[in-house]
Design a protein around this ligand. Structure first.
Ligand SMILES: Cc1cc2nc3c(=O)[nH]c(=O)nc-3n(C[C@H](O)[C@H](O)[C@H](O)COP(=O)(O)OP(=O)(O)OC[C@H]3O[C@@H](n4cnc5c(N)ncnc54)[C@H](O)[C@@H]3O)c2cc1C
Length: 330
């Protein structure tokens, strides 16, 4: 047990995974997120008649530690394998994908594993952290919504994308700022489209080439989704980057036109979203980063390879490292 108190900024899967390790080791942990819910880019949108996962679409599990975590999620009913028919789409032709990997999704939505992890944790939502201040040896947080927060922390963990982390820590840690600067995140324009009738496409998802999209998926082919005919179409990183300054109406027009070429039918409702920091450009091998002098640390998918599994592992490895660093062994 320890009386040290740790503040985590970001309640995505990395921040929650780190919190789990720290809580298990006996630390007091508080988590802050600017959104109204947990899960970050493992996100799900709910509309009047329909809903869809609009960030991460599925995840894979290869590292033994994450496989173990996934088994717990499955046992508690918050994740399941997605038995999808996934095809390749190139030159206007669909072809069966030969090597299928096991893909998993949160159930009933991609947010479910994060909600499961956050249960019984101290999570403060709608708190956009803008500044950190050191008061004697303790850290204090300043949020856009509440000003200076009263709690004081021995250590702070930033489980947020690099550009956002750098803005907050640049005055405090040169070494961590440099690590943030070196990571480049690519955007993703995303279309969510609802159809009153099912589309006549004979597959559940497609990896797309030669098109502005890189991925399209029938959201209701995932387990435990109610029968609403929603499709998610993600533009590829090159196109998204070139078109990052489009306004939503312009992007909507193009994405809808392109999707209609594939589906053959106009959507009944749709929603457009630009993810500015969707995925890392070049894989990283750091796992996490620490500035021991300043008692600040970084974790997140971007310190590995921009997948749900990487985010969870980054938080897991950082949590274990902090345990060893902050709890003196006998
Ligand atoms: C469009 C898209 C498709 C994807 N597809 C897949 C996929 O198919 N498979 C896969 O494995 N991965 C996929 N990913 C990647 C996956 O979603 C991420 O790797 C993972 O969710 C990242 O988790 P994280 O905890 O590191 O960061 P995030 O999920 O980004 O969590 C960071 C959290 O920090 C909060 N935050 C940020 N700034 C502040 C601040 N100043 N104050 C307070 N809170 C703040 C945010 O609100 C967020 O909740 C996709 C991502 C996107 C965007």
């Amino acid at each position: 047990m320890t009386n040290k108190k740790i503040g985590i900024i970001g309640a995505g899967i990395a921040g929650l995974s780190c919190a789990k390790q720290l809580l298990n080791a006996g630390f007091e942990v508080q988590i802050f997120d600017k959104s109204r819910g947990v899960g970050g880019r493992m996100s799900h949108r709910v509309f009047d008649q329909w809903h869809a996962d609009h960030g991460a679409q599925y995840f894979t599990a290869t590292h033994p530690q994450f496989v173990e975590e996934l088994q717990e999620w499955i046992l508690h009913g918050v994740a399941q394998e997605w038995h999808a028919k996934i095809v390749n789409f190139c030159d206007g032709q669909f072809s069966e994908k030969k090597h299928q990997i096991k893909r998993y999704v949160g159930v009933p939505a991609m947010t479910a594993p994060a909600k499961f992890l956050a249960k019984n944790m101290s999570v403060f939502l709608s708190q956009t952290i803008t500044e950190i201040r050191k008061n004697q040896k303790k850290w204090q947080l300043v949020s856009e919504e509440s000003g200076v927060l009263t709690d004081e922390f021995d250590y702070l963990v930033f489980a947020i994308p690099p550009i956002q982390a750098k803005k907050i820590i640049s005055q405090q840690s040169d070494s961590l700022s440099l690590i943030c600067e070196q990571a480049n995140m690519l955007p993703c324009w995303t279309l969510l489209a609802y159809f009153k009738e099912p589309l006549g496409l004979d597959f559940d998802a497609a990896l797309v080439q030669d098109n502005i999209f890189s991925w399209i998926a029938r959201d209701n082919s995932k387990p435990s989704r109610v029968n609403s005919h929603a499709w998610v179409a993600q533009a590829n990183p090159d196109w998204s980057l070139k078109q990052i300054n489009l306004n939503k109406l312009e992007a909507e027009k193009i994405l809808l036109q392109e999707f209609e070429k594939i589906s053959g039918v106009a959507s009944d409702f749709n929603q457009i979203q630009l993810w500015r920091y969707a995925k890392l450009e070049t894989p990283n091998t750091q796992n996490f980063a620490i500035d021991e002098n300043m008692q600040l640390a970084l974790c997140g998918d971007w310190l590995r390879n921009s997948k749900v599994e990487d985010a969870w592992l980054s938080g897991y490895f950082l949590g274990n490292k902090l345990k060893k660093t902050l709890i003196p062994s006998d």
